[in-house]
Write a protein of this length. Structure first.
Length: 91
């Protein structure tokens, strides 16, 4: 598995750390990835996303607008409100 967020696309960042004597060594900072499960009623199943902790209230999906022209509704646990909420698609 790659260390990449499926929602925001965040990747590991690279840099150099300096010791007290100012010796430089390479370092890699990985994003804070969490597994989040949400229910998609149109698919009639649950899907698991690997997303960063910052992307708690966002959900990105693609669908065919010819087959399903109405707006999609996703029920997902919101960590801010601490309960399951309905996320409605915006145009």
């Amino acid at each position: 598995m790659s260390a990449r967020c499926q929602v925001t696309g965040a990747r590991p960042s690279f840099g150099r750390s300096a010791s007290r004597s100012h010796r430089r060594t390479s370092r890699r900072v990985a994003p804070n990835l969490q597994k989040k499960t949400c229910c998609v009623p149109s698919l009639r199943r649950r899907i698991t996303l690997r997303s960063t902790a910052v992307a708690g209230c966002t959900y990105v999906t693609t669908r065919n607008r010819r087959n399903t022209p109405d707006r999609q509704v996703v029920r997902k646990y919101d960590s801010v409100v601490r309960r399951v909420v309905e996320f409605r698609e915006e145009r």
